[in-house]
Design a protein around this ligand. Structure first.
Ligand code: Q9C
Ligand code: ZN
Length: 354
């Protein structure tokens, strides 16, 4: 498995997130990616490279210019408010819901934080932009490798991406790495790209970015949004709109679901990808489906992830893996690399029998 590792990931290190009226320590910590990298190296699962650099213009197929301008300058703006802010994370506290305006761009920093965010659980820190930006480079590098003929590649990065929309951050995500990979595959000439999102949480950002497009099919298996984050998107009746009608498919499962129902659902999601006749696959690879995850509610076990990788390889599609969630730090490396190793093992079997 060719891996592009975000060497700047630990530049983003939030201290606290808002949870039930209190500021609690962040779940989305640098050790997550450190654990995955250590496990990849331990199993010698292919080459690990730093990302190739891309211009900021490579982000514009997915994100708006005004959001990128905000995000690039946000930390400096925060510290300019008060030098003491340099020691504090920036969190939003006010949002332009429904009848409030989102077309105007306020000068006030808190107002701009709210305009460009969806929750108070995603601290913006010194280094958030540099880390997210290098992560986008990892996703783009992996997509180009796969467009160039590699069977698969893995973008090993944090912060994660699938909750980030065209013009907002949230759910620990700032730039939508999976969407960037899918868009890059399209620009490399692949006509139909599928995104399979197997993080515990629905990828509301990814879905929204491609909702009216027929060239990128989005399908996701996740905790029922009626009870699980991101709450306001991810229901089964969301099928796409306009030209994109029929190119979005959600598979919400109740909190507490185990591997048997989850894997049967995966087969259904893959059936949809086959019917779409995808030419390449982007996998939003979150392992917060693990039974021991502190922020999620499925009950997958460590060996199950080997089978997940095998099942994914059976599609025979060129595949870009993008790391998303997974907060059981002690197990996140083994679980993630189990998916990648299961995939590699099955890919060899496929090749021999081809
Ligand atoms: N105190 C991803 O997995 N809320 N994001 C959790 C825990 C936010 C997860 C609440 C969960 C976001 C990429
Ligand atoms: Zn998640």
């Amino acid at each position: 498995m060719l891996t592009y590792y975000n060497h700047l990931h630990s530049d983003h290190e939030g201290k606290v997130e808002m949870f039930r009226g209190a500021l609690v320590p962040c779940f989305e910590v640098p050790a997550r990616v450190d654990r995955v990298l250590a496990e990849l190296k331990k199993r010698k699962l292919g080459t690990v490279l730093p990302p190739n650099p891309f211009d900021d213009s490579a982000l514009l197929g997915v994100h708006s210019q005004r959001y990128l301008d905000f995000l690039r300058d946000a930390w400096d703006d925060w510290v300019a408010l008060d030098p003491a802010n340099a020691k504090r994370d920036a969190l939003p506290s006010v949002w332009p819901v429904r009848t409030l305006r989102s077309d105007v761009l306020p000068d006030n920093f808190a107002a701009r934080m709210g305009l460009f965010s969806m929750d108070a659980g995603s601290p913006l820190t010194d280094g958030t932009w540099d880390a997210a930006r290098a992560g986008a480079d990892c996703a783009l590098s992996a997509a180009l490798a796969v467009a160039g003929g590699k069977r698969a590649a893995f973008a090993l990065t944090r912060p994660p991406g699938h909750h980030a929309g065209a013009d907002f951050f949230g759910g620990y995500c700032f730039l939508n790495n999976a969407a960037l990979a899918a868009q890059a595959l399209r620009e490399q000439g692949l006509e139909r790209v599928a995104i399979l999102d197997i993080d515990y949480h629905h990828g509301n950002g990814t879905q929204a970015i491609f909702y009216e497009r027929a060239d990128v099919f989005y399908t996701s298996i996740h905790g029922d949004p009626s009870t699980e984050f991101p709450f306001y998107l991810g229901y089964a009746d969301e099928l796409g709109a306009g030209a994109g009608l029929g190119f979005n498919r959600n598979w919400p499962l109740p909190r507490g679901s185990g591997f048997e129902v989850w894997h049967a659902t995966l087969q259904q999601a893959l059936q949809g990808i086959a019917e779409f006749d995808a030419q390449a696959l982007v996998v939003s690879l979150g392992v917060d489906t693990f039974a021991g995850d502190p922020v999620a509610g499925f009950t997958l076990q460590t060996p199950d992830y080997l089978q997940v990788g095998k099942t994914l390889a059976q599609t025979n599609l060129p595949t870009v893996f993008v790391f998303e969630g997974g907060y059981a730090v002690a197990e996140v490396g083994v679980n993630t690399v189990n998916v990648l190793q299961g995939f590699d093992q099955q890919a060899v079997v496929n090749k021999e029998s081809a």
